[in-house]
Design a protein around this ligand. Structure first.
Ligand SMILES: [Zn+2]
Ligand SMILES: [Zn+2]
Length: 131
């Protein structure tokens, strides 16, 4: 590959063209485009290969069906656990603990009052001593 070709690959890739489209345009092999892009960490806005977002294994898309992003339910669960902030509709709420006064935050739960279970127990049952 010439330097000019490499430059064009980078440009086209950043514009969002797929590896195949770039290879066709510049008349180089798709494999060369892929390895060049991987080496230089060139990411298109739309990934052209469908791989599991969690484990990176190849995905089989069913035409007409919603695009899959995970290879399995297990991968979906793991990914969402690692990225709780990406859950749509679940904002982060900020609170001050009713018991100890410590600020804390929680995902997707607007009704938290205590920073931890111990504070909840203590405030609610007062340690269970006087009553
Ligand atoms: Zn997976
Ligand atoms: Zn507390």
């Amino acid at each position: 590959m010439t330097n000019q070709q490499k430059e064009k690959i980078a440009n086209l890739r950043l514009k969002g063209l797929s590896y195949t489209e770039i290879a066709d345009r510049l008349n180089v092999s798709r494999a060369a485009v892929v390895s060049f892009c991987r080496r230089n960490d060139l990411q298109a806005s739309q990934p052209d290969t469908d791989v599991c977002r969690e484990c990176g294994s190849a995905l089989v898309q069913t035409p007409g069906m919603k695009r899959r992003v995970f290879c399995s339910a297990g991968c979906r669960v793991r990914w969402w656990k690692a990225h709780p902030e990406r859950l749509s509709g679940k904002a982060t709420y900020h609170f001050v603990c009713k018991k100890c006064g410590k600020p804390f935050s929680a995902y997707g739960n607007a009704k938290r009052k205590y920073c931890c279970h111990e504070c909840y127990i203590e405030d609610r049952f007062g340690g269970g001593k006087d009553e």
